[in-house]
Design a protein around this ligand. Structure first.
Ligand SMILES: Nc1ncnc2c1ncn2[C@@H]1O[C@H](COP(=O)(O)OP(=O)(O)OP(=O)(O)O)[C@@H](O)[C@H]1O
Ligand SMILES: [Mg+2]
Length: 394
């Protein structure tokens, strides 16, 4: 806490948390901070909707406005992020100016998938891959059955290109600059995808959540289940890999490690130094949510326990329906499904956009999934609600 800061020993006795990025992760981080009485400020880019509606103080600025970044940081005790799209050099400049930025610029450099693969591949198993420039990508010509990912900027599968036809590589390369970098790998037969959240506090404490199972459709996360239905040995290996990754990245706060299971082997897919979609179910299903633990970690406070509060839980994302309709209109129907927790982020609907999620706790994974899907389907209108609306489902 800076002695010249208005919150220091004055009106508030708790530090002010600055969050850069205005999406749902910022929204849920601010909700967790607010429950602890921690005042927060938000730096949002024009057009971001989910967090500004809830944040007590919002600064609007584009991500590359470094002056705005400095002014914002000067008004906060600790700065954190809801995405890793801020230029690491700009963050390094904030650090040099004395700001407490968590995770810091070194961790944010891992937003680059090529950097991840080259550094982390020295420590944990990663898929066979190569890193190529746009020029080299175009030169791969008619190769197919590949997956190509731009080193920077992908999210929700938007940066994942499955190459199945000759010519696709050249077309893809043409969308970027010659010296853009791409990770290229085989289209893998993935048995299962797991994610492990690791939390590292500014005080050096480390905690992990149990590995969850994630299910992607077209590269976008649709569902998350816990406990993951894997061998105990795979669960142990997943946590081991994730902790190793977290140590190498050195991030303070929550770090999400996405893993592939192939032939019983655990391989690192990617890492995100922030709270993550795979951890939304921790809000209701874990003793401490990923968002609260992120706040605790970046503020240097003791971490909360990460164990599950129910035998099983499932989370289903509410993605914008293809017809552009708004799930908010169907909220009342979804709320009649018993045993579920509906979260809507206050975002305008667009097809496939993440607009919310539903979590259910239950005695078994399949029962949790059934309930979460039921409410999720009602919100997105993909099932006919009539028969189940006779009363709250138990
Ligand atoms: N080599 C591959 N073979 C098969 N499927 C893959 C491969 N690489 C990625 N995928 C699929 O695409 C999904 C998204 O990939 P990745 O995590 O790299 O992208 P992203 O856009 O950064 O995703 P997000 O932000 O949603 O985590 C993976 O979870 C997996 O389902
Ligand atoms: Mg991913």
């Amino acid at each position: 806490v800076r002695a010249d800061h208005p919150s220091y020993g004055g009106r508030h006795h708790l530090p002010t948390l600055g969050v850069i990025g205005g999406g749902q992760l910022a929204r849920m981080t601010i909700q967790a901070a607010s429950r602890l009485g921690v005042p927060s400020r938000l730096l949002a880019a024009p057009g971001e909707e989910a967090a500004p509606a809830l944040a007590p103080a919002v600064t609007w600025a584009p991500l590359d406005d470094t002056d705005a970044l400095h002014r914002f940081a000067a008004g906060c005790d600790v700065v954190t992020f809801d995405h890793e799209r801020v230029c690491p050099d700009a963050v390094a400049a904030l650090e040099a100016a004395g700001a407490a930025v968590r995770p810091g610029s070194a961790a944010l450099r891992f937003a680059d998938k090529a950097h991840q693969r080259s550094v982390l591949g020295e420590h944990v198993p990663v898929p066979l891959h190569s890193v190529v420039t746009g020029r080299e990508l175009a030169g791969l010509g008619s190769a197919t059955d590949l997956v190509v990912k731009p080193a920077r900027g992908g999210y929700d599968g938007k940066g994942v290109h499955v190459v199945t036809e000759p010519g696709q590589l050249r077309a893809l390369a043409a969308t970027g600059a010659d010296d853009d970098r791409y990770v290229v790998e085989q289209h893998l037969a993935i048995e299962q995808e797991l994610a492990v959240l690791v939390v590292r506090s500014a005080g050096g404490e480390v905690a992990t959540y149990p590995a969850v199972e994630t299910r992607q459709v077209d590269g976008t996360c649709h569902e998350v289940l816990t406990p993951a239905r894997v061998d105990p040995a795979v669960q142990v290996e997943a946590v081991r890999v994730a902790r190793r990754v977290a140590d190498v990245v050195g991030a303070v706060g929550v770090l999400a490690v996405e893993l592939f299971v192939i032939d019983g082997q655990v391989l690192l897919n990617e890492v995100a130094p922030r709270p993550h979609n795979s951890g939304h179910l921790t809000i209701e299903a874990a003793a401490t949510s990923q968002f609260e633990n992120h706040v605790r970690a970046v503020l240097g406070w003791p971490l909360g326990p990460t164990g599950l509060l129910a035998p099983a839980a499932a989370m289903v994302n509410v993605l914008g329906p293809a017809d552009g309709s708004d799930p908010r209109h169907r909220l009342a129907a979804a709320l009649r499904v018993g045993g579920t927790h509906v979260h809507l982020y206050g975002k305008a609907p667009a097809p496939r956009r993440k607009l919310g999620h539903v979590t259910a706790l239950a005695p078994t994974v399949s029962e949790a999934l059934r309930r979460a899907r039921l409410a999720g389907d009602l919100l997105t209108h993909t099932s006919t609600p009539a028969p189940v609306l006779q009363g709250a489902l138990g």
